[in-house]
Structures are given as C-alpha cells and as structure tokens.
Design a binder for this molecule. Sequence first.
Ligand code: SF4
Length: 346
Amino acid sequence: MSLIDEIKNLARGKKKLRFMEVCGTHTVSIFRAGIRNILPPNVELVSGPGCPVCVTNDEYIDKAIAYAKIPDVIIATFGDMLKVPGSVETLSEIAADVRVIYSPLDCIKIARENPTKRVIFLAVGFETTAPTAAATILTARDLGVTNLFFLSAQKLVPPALKMLLADSAVKVDGFLLPGHVAVVIGSAAFEFLKIPAVVAGFEAEEILLALVNLLRQIDEGRAEVANEYKSVVKAEGNLAAKKILAQVYETVDADWRGLGVIKNSGLKVREEFSAFDIEKILPLEIKSAKKNTACRCDEVLRGIIAPPECKLFGKNCQPMHAVGPCMISVEGVCATWYKYGGLSIE
Ligand code: SF4
C-alpha cells in the first residue's frame, strides 16, 4: 500500500486533524512536493514558528540598526535579515557597512581583515546553527580575535512548543518535529510533549512517513515522540554539539515575534565569554516605535491563520515589497505560500 493510501485509510472517519510543522524547511518541502494537495480533507497541515528570522522581533532589528550606524562597525549577518523591518527601517535601507555571511565562522576572517573595526555578528537562529556560532566564539578566543562581537537572539524550539500547547487559540493534534534541530538536541528532548509527535526528514517520502506515524498514534490512542529520521537523529542528539552549546551559552527568557516572552527559550553568551557580547561591551538603550500595521505574522506563526487569511497577502505584501518578516525569509510561511501558489486556503 502506498503511503498516501495508508494516510487516507488511517484518516477515514476521524474528526478534522491539524498537524503543525515547526521547521521552515519542512514548510518548503511540503509545498514543493504538493503534499497539502493530496491529503484527505480532514487532515490539515499548519505551519508554526519554524523560521528563525520570522520570530526575531522589531526591537532586535532596531538594535542591530543602531549598532550598524555607529562609526567603524561592520555588521555580519545572514542575507535573510537584511530586509526584515524593524519599527522604522531595515538594515538594507541604511548607510552602513553590512556584510552577508554564509557561516558565523566567516566573521573571524572579516574581523582579522579589519582590526580597527568592531565586527558584530547578528546571531539569530535555532539549535541548528547555534553550535557553529558557539564554535566561532571559541575559535575567536583561541586565535586572540578581540574585535568580534555577538548580538544574540538565538532561540530554542522545545520551550516554544510548550508555549503553543498552552495557548488555547492554537489547535494542534500533533507535531512534525524539526529534523535539523533534533539532530542537535535529540528526539528525547521533545518527550515532554503529551501529544503525538514525529521527528521527520525532509524528502516527500519522509514527511509522508511521519504523517502515517502521527495518524497511527491517533488511531491507536498513543501520544509519543517517534523518530522517523533515524538515519541522522539519535535520541540523545549530538553530544559534542550539546557540549559546546552548554560551554558557551546559558539559557535566558526570550521574546519571540508572535509568541511573546517564553521562559528559558533563548541563548545568551555566558559571563566567561562576555568579551564577545556586544551588549556587555557597548550597551545601547533602544526605544522601539510602536508600529501600526495590519500584518498578521503573529497569528501565522502560531498556526492560527493561514497566510491568505491576511488581507495584505499577495496584494500590498509580496516578497519584493514585504510588509512582515514571514514574507521575507525564504523559509517564511507567507513567502512559501506565495511562491508555491497557495493564494487561497483551498
Ligand atoms: Fe504579514 Fe505579509 Fe504575511 Fe500578511 S502576508 S501576515 S502582512 S507577512
């Protein structure tokens, strides 16, 4: 029996079921493979806060812009961050030295080539990229690089899932867990979830396999964390990556766009490495202006609405002139709906 037939069999006669993917790469894979179109009508896939750029709040962008405007500062960032709106402007709109990098380790080269300047890395991302960022700090320390700093807004996925489950507006019957994050922290890190959850790979077949697993759990009245990405994800995760994370970072409360402040959901550079923390070395007080926009990213990021339910979607808000961050990042939910033709909810 094909996986899709198995999905149809398991879903038959069941109430409407909503499964949330919390990884932008899953969102893109699901759309690219057309998976949403072949599911039975009572199985719905919704997207959660799986795009690190999208969950970065205005205040962080405003602070990055304020640092960028200081003379002799070089901002190093992933390209997705350039057009994310702060409360007034974006990094791409200001006159400043802003450089796009592909790995945090690139910052070391920039810092060494510009010894008289301060290089500030905009450290956003989830557990997937945080170990490389941590390794960058250790490498910079070992090489004696003293002009590289981090502006940290790295976030942890499990506390966000816990928060979503506690939100009565969020209706989810199961999670497709992020494969890349699980590679680092391990599938066991999600065992606090008391609803069906499956770590999934990124090929269409792997996603369908995970959906079969979710439906089978529901069919049999189970609620477990299953691992359908065993080729790369272990229950305990990557111990070396976890060790380096624990060495360099401590957890702190973090403010997520759309989700608010979530306890222990952020990573902050430990005191021992505070020489790399720009907010310690050069503190800035930022007062972000209140924005008045009809952007509904906050609801999109919690899976409460699909992008076409936002009245700006595809009209005032498109990738080339985006209103909110969910339309900017290549893994943003609105950008993915737009690119793959999801112009309506049907
Ligand atoms: Fe915000 Fe644009 Fe998405 Fe609407 S379509 S929620 S304005 S990013």
